[in-house]
Design a protein. Sequence first.
Length: 604
Amino acid sequence: MSQALNLLREVFGYPAFRGQQAEIISHLAQGGDCLVLMPTGGGKSLCYQIPALMRDGVAIVISPLIALMRNQVAALHEIGVRAAVLNSSLTRQETVSVERNLIAGDYDLLYVAPERLLTARFMNLISNIRIALFAIDEAHCVSQWGHDFRPEYMQLSILHERFPEVPRIALTATADKDTRKDIVERLGLSTAMVFISSFDRPNIRYRIVDKTDRYSQLLTFILKEHSGEAGIVYCLSRKKVEETAAWLTKQGLLAVAYHAGMSMQERNESQEKFLRDDSIIMVATIAFGMGIDKPNVRFVAHLDLPKSIEGYYQETGRAGRDGLAADAWMIYGLGDVILQQRRIEESEANPVHKQVTLRKLEAMLSLCETSTCRRMQMLSYFGETVTIAACGNCDICLNPPEIWNATVEVQKALSCVYRTGQNFGVRHLIDVLRGNLTNRIKEWHHDKISTFGIGKDLSVSAWRSIFRQIIALGFLKTASNEYGALRLTEKSREILKGQRAVFLHQREKSKRLSEEQPNDDLNNLNMSERALWNQLRIWRATTAKEQGVPAYVIFHDATLLELVRLCPQNANELSQVAGIGARRLEKYGSHLMAILLANSQADG
Ligand code: ADP
Ligand code: ZN
């Protein structure tokens, strides 16, 4: 193992392995197959990059993400690793030259797209060279369950048939069991060692807040907590993506849009801009994000309710890959619940599929309405054994909601649904409860029923909050008709009969989190540290521009932050900083020392 550790320190500049990296690397380096399930940001790349350097021959990395391969290779070049890309973005000449170098044994790693790998030409080419290993990245693409399915991935079992002696490692950040089963079956990995890491991302702070006004809430969140930083804003529809991006731009922020209705070229441009810029907001549908390895995404905001916890966790997982503090922030309201339920009700999908989709939405809703730790709820949803009750870094832990006995109010709401014939939507029901003599109420004579005016004591927003929670809890469901009418369910009977109490929570009264507990590593810097941080960022931006690569390829924020905190005074101290290996020390050491020393003099 000491060889692997040396490579980690010398080449990558990191002091120690994380989680299961050491075991995975050792198993693969000795020729064993592996299946690695690790969350985004967990450090999957090192699991094959280090064995690639330890074993004879070239490691072939299969990835569906053509647009991102170049940046991965650029980052490897930065630390002196011999790597190349082979995909459809190369010219004929470039392709020939890469193939020639490959045969000459000039690469430690070669990144290829699956469709290229499967060509007869490429298969012949690699039959004559020594292969260190095959790494199958984003291995969940083999599964028809997920939305990232790639038919070419199904054919990757050929690797094992053609090259039985070459070890394979399949990697994914998708946690669910069906996908895992598919990967094992389709890729012929039944004898592979399976490594499952905890999917916890402790540096991400989860928050779900009541939706009042999407735009102003979003703007306040960004300006107060993430001004000048990079983030992703997810919306449900293409139209909302475009409107939100345009609106943010009008507010003077740098924002780009991404959705499946845009042309390939427009999408690539947006993505490229997002990867390069350090203070840019990507507004997107869920079409955006697979494999995006921008490490310094400081926040992921959801303006609409995701369809499942799987999706939500994957999307929010794109925040904070560098391990620094990051926010997953979502606004959610009654309208979201009704919209999502109706979409499923009205969809043409077969009943089994509908049931599955509904069950996933229910789990998502119960996460939104929970009054216990959100992180623990998500981890146990993924089947992890949760050993503590609270994480201390989600809104519920930081600021527990007030719980109240709402049995009487819920009974009033349910009986109002019953008395009006289960044919009306929330707005009308609240009018009846609050005793508003609207035209509709007169038309239906709902001022004559027993529930008219029995809820005068509560405001409209209080009633909306109650309805939202009881729908999410399954005491009411939306019917598929044009009004969005609400119906009673099996569960609601027990409440109407007084056999069961209902406790709801009140988030409105809770104090503002952000003002009390800032979630930002940079907030803790003093004035002179902040000045140094800014200088280092400017130097990094200039250097990145000169080389035509994103800033994080030069150094991650985590490395810059450690430079600020430790303020090394000589080359030896500099090499102790995580992220500075031999190659970077040689390349940038003197520039960095100049900045650091000038800063200490100014300070002293
Ligand atoms: P994944 O592919 O699992 O999402 P990456 O391989 O991109 O994650 O790694 C995420 C981040 O963690 C990268 O910035 C990487 O350099 C860093 N990293 C990985 N392993 C280590 C380690 N042992 N020590 C410090 N940083 C690490
Ligand atoms: Zn928590």
